[in-house]
Design a protein around this ligand. Sequence first.
Ligand SMILES: Nc1ncnc2c1ncn2[C@@H]1O[C@H](COP(=O)(O)OP(=O)(O)OP(=O)(O)O)[C@@H](O)[C@H]1O
Ligand SMILES: [Mg+2]
Length: 280
Amino acid sequence: MNDTLFAIEHVSYGYENAGTGQPLALNRVSLEVKRGDYVALLGHNGSGKSTLARLLNGLLLPTSGQVLVDGMDTRDADARQRIRELVGMIFSDPDNQIVATLVEDDVAWGLAARGWPKPRIVERVGAALDAVGLAEMRGRPPHQLSGGQRQRLAIAGVLALQPACIVADEPTALLDPRARGEMVALLHDLHRTHGLTVVHVTHLLEEAALADRIIVLQAGRVILEGPPAAVLADLDRLRALRLVIPELAELGQRLREHGIYIPADALSPQALVRALEATR
Ligand SMILES: Nc1ncnc2c1ncn2[C@@H]1O[C@H](COP(=O)(O)OP(=O)(O)OP(=O)(O)O)[C@@H](O)[C@H]1O
Ligand SMILES: [Mg+2]
């Protein structure tokens, strides 16, 4: 098994329908993501996050450069099915991914399409629904589920195929604050307990702060990369990238200016309280 899950080498991407003179959506991006990483892709609107996400499982193919997934080139048509099994995608709107009229049938869909025997499907569907906390909803039609539950259903459909990685492109964008928190917690739980690699696309610093590593995109280039505490230490730079600075980040910065040490990635009330307690 390959320790490097994604090797992105000098990748550029230009949309064919982009007008002449339009800058590339991605411009010579090189990155590596190891198995078991939790990576946040952070950037303002139009910075190239979704383009990069779609290159990770061959939904888009690089205009130049190459994307290797577990050593397989996404341009290799023979490898594409295997790559799609390794890398599951989640988008903002789960309704684009829900296909069946019952929750359990929806999760079974991908396995049934691959001709799996019924008993093994039932087993996998049960495990996937348990993992996302929807076991009790299995007999319900998806439209009776809340937005947050439907997003978890979409994740169960992906998990049933036992991917190595979930690429989630702004998975919380349509959710209310509570469901948003639950979705982020679920992704971290899947990372911790199932060893899944997660690539979490977001424009929210609060979400990115929880990752192991943040990759910041601007105008199709990687301009900053590192652990959250390092990336979030320079709020002026992030402000210049038109990212919304959370109030707690401002508060942390002011406290640091007064000599009270608050780590730059303490962006939740809980993290701030923990940091303050540690200073006593
Ligand atoms: N289908 C498309 N056709 C032409 N240009 C596109 C297309 N999709 C994206 N682009 C352009 O490519 C660039 C990168 O877009 P992308 O969607 O990857 O950014 P993003 O960071 O995901 O933005 P957002 O935060 O709005 O989702 C932008 O300039 C965008 O206008
Ligand atoms: Mg996007």
